[in-house]
Ligand binder design. Structure first.
Ligand SMILES: *Cc1c(COP(=O)(O)O)cnc(C)c1O
Length: 244
């Protein structure tokens, strides 16, 4: 086995163990292999090791890498390309054309632009709303740091999911969040748990909305995220090593 296959197997085993600890099925968790900063050759090696979901945070990089990979593997490789980073509005065109899933919708303006561009291309882009649970100013996403008490935050997030529901080109899959950097485990777990609670609450309040997925967990915290209900974990360093 190559070193990459060994790392892949180890990450899959850790996901499976975390799922089983809480009575979940390992198959209910999708591992998105985050290849940002790595060349297309890394994606090809990961593909050979069995990986099929790849995540990029910059739309230019996703577009270029996808094109390079398709030159080798063709269009029917079964790869799913995930745009995991937030978008600037002038970059939505690249995502509308090249991404298969979008994890980081943080403003409705972006949703409206994407919806127009997707319609022009006849594509659908399953989407996650990014939520900022910890309230850290450095984090993007809808501010839901005090949603249980704050009626304004509740209104904003409910309006966001209702608006998304009216944009058929952007099927709303669920919520995405990032845990605080280097925080105690209890604090990280609380962020994931609040995200799940918020999704449950939105499903209850907005009966037309069906948030089924939760994109949460990275190299340092994906097992906690799986224990708290993640359906998508976005893992880079544990698979590919430290980015240079
Ligand atoms: C880079 C990145 C990841 C993966 O981070 P690792 O710590 O390498 O696992 C996950 N999600 C987003 C949004 C990222 O930008």
């Amino acid at each position: 086995m190559t070193e990459l296959s060994e790392r892949y197997t180890a990450v899959l085993e850790r996901i499976a163990a975390a799922a089983r600890r809480v009575g979940r099925q390992p198959a209910d968790v999708t591992l998105v292999a985050v290849t940002k900063t790595w060349p297309a050759e890394t994606v090809l090696a990961a593909y050979a090791a069995g990986m099929r979901h790849f995540g990029e945070n910059r739309p230019e990089e996703l577009a270029a890498k996808r094109t390079a990979v398709e030159q080798v593997l063709g269009m029917d490789s079964g790869i799913v390309w995930h745009q995991i980073g937030t978008l600037q509005s002038r970059k939505t065109g690249l995502t509308a054309v090249h991404a298969d899933v979008f994890h980081a919708l943080d403003r409705l303006k972006i949703a409206h632009r994407l919806a127009r561009e997707l319609a022009q291309n006849g594509r659908l882009l399953p989407t996650f709303l990014e939520v900022n649970v910890s309230g850290e100013a450095s984090k993007s996403g809808f501010d839901v740091s005090n949603w249980v008490e704050d009626a304004t935050q509740q209104d904003k997030i409910r309006t966001a999911v209702r608006t998304m529901n009216e944009l058929p080109a952007l099927p709303l899959r669920g919520l995405m969040t990032m845990a605080p950097w280097d925080a105690p485990e209890a604090e990280i777990r609380a962020v994931f748990r609040q995200t799940k609670r918020l999704a449950d609450w939105l499903n209850e309040m907005e009966t037309a909305v069906h948030l089924t997925d939760l994109s949460m967990g990275m190299t340092d915290d994906f097992e906690l995220a799986v224990e708290e209900g993640a359906t998508h974990v976005r893992v880079g360093r544990a698979l590919f090593g430290t980015r240079t």
